[in-house]
Write a protein that binds this ligand. Structure first.
Ligand code: HEM
Length: 306
């Protein structure tokens, strides 16, 4: 079990006050040489997420402009359609397995992770032929984006691939687009996983699908939030850890600008999964992260109610 940091601030009012206070800065990404391009260090050094002041204001504006191109209603229907296709494939595989005398539930976290990344990549301009490669690249690099110490061996190659398929564009715009995919990846997958557990196990879930996916997601954001912590540098130079369980999209000076898109992508995946799957028998387990509450896997079976 990870140990609790002794600088953890949990009171909602105090957390919100710090997030609104310009004297508390985000831990910055180190700068990279001007000759460096397309690495994880380059990406972190060029996005809004890891800087402050005027540079942040400028990049935040670029971020919001890019997000304004991503219509939530279209993201939801695209996510539902693609999740449906992924489930078709998984169901076919399971059918063949069953015909061969085997039986195996399906880990729907694969859909929770891949579908939002694929839909966002397409909406940001990735060509159809490069889409699956872009999803692999996001998954290979996402762990190193918030914390380079956790970067896997494919992190730099993943960013390099994304830079090739999301460009050409100047460094900040290119990094912003890649950053949107990285920001969305684990947080949205965790939101989907937690919302599916809520829907499958909660009394309020109507088996006929009467409760809208949007309502399930709103309930999940309040009662089982996916993003749990962030950090700030205090004016005295120390680092504080902020508990975000009462404001999982952040608050104050720089809340998540992708909240509408995240809710829409999650709702689309839920629309597809809840229409035809049920929870398989299993012991639920979560990834060992203090910042993110994400099911390690989530086994479902096909109900054939489609
Ligand atoms: C489409 C999916 C998403 C996109 C495109 C997105 C994008 C972003 C971006 C660009 C930032 C940096 C903003 C800045 O520093 O100015 C950010 C911050 C943040 N995002 Fe998201 N995000 C997504 C999903 C989510 C989800 C599902 C959650 C949690 C429910 C979440 C929680 C946060 C939080 C808490 C921050 C602020 C961190 C801090 O202040 O330290 N995001 N997001």
């Amino acid at each position: 079990m990870p140990t609790e940091p002794n600088d953890l601030i949990t009171g909602d009012a105090e957390v919100r006050a710090i997030l609104a206070d310009p004297a508390y800065l985000v831990p910055p990404a180190p700068p990279v040489p001007v000759t460096e391009h397309g690495t994880m260090a380059w990406l972190r050094a060029h996005v809004a997420r890891f800087c402050d002041g005027q540079v942040h204001d400028r990049r935040r504006e670029v971020t919001e402009q890019e997000l304004a191109r991503l219509n939530p209603a279209l993201l939801r229907s695209a996510a539902a359609e693609l999740a449906g296709t992924e489930l078709d494939r998984a169901e076919l595989d399971r059918g063949e397995l069953a015909a061969a005398g085997g039986e195996e539930p399906f880990d729907v976290m694969v859909v929770a992770r891949r579908v939002p990344a694929a839909v966002l990549a397409t909406a940001l301009g990735v060509a159809a032929a490069a889409r699956d490669g872009a999803v692999d690249a996001v998954l290979a690099s996402a762990s190193g984006y918030p914390n380079p110490d956790l970067a896997g061996p494919g992190a730099d190659a993943g960013v390099q691939f994304l830079a090739a398929v999301l460009g050409p564009a100047d460094a900040e715009l290119l990094a912003t687009r890649i950053g949107l995919l990285e920001q969305a990846c684990d947080a949205t997958a965790a939101l989907i996983g937690n919302a599916l557990i809520r829907a499958f196990t909660g009394e309020e879930y109507d088996q006929d699908g009467a409760e809208d996916a949007g309502e399930i997601i709103a309930g999940t954001l309040a009662s089982d939030p996916p993003v749990r912590r962030t950090k700030r540098l205090a004016p005295d130079g120390g680092t504080v850890t902020l508990d975000l369980t009462t404001c999982t999209f952040g608050a104050g000076r720089r809340p998540c600008p992708g909240a509408d898109q995240a809710r829409a992508l999650a709702a689309g995946v839920l629309d597809a999964v809840l229409a035809r799957c049920e929870l398989a028998d299993q012991q639920l387990s979560y990834l060992p992260s203090p910042n993110l509450r994400m099911p390690a896997r989530l086994l479902v079976e096909f109900t054939r109610r489609r």
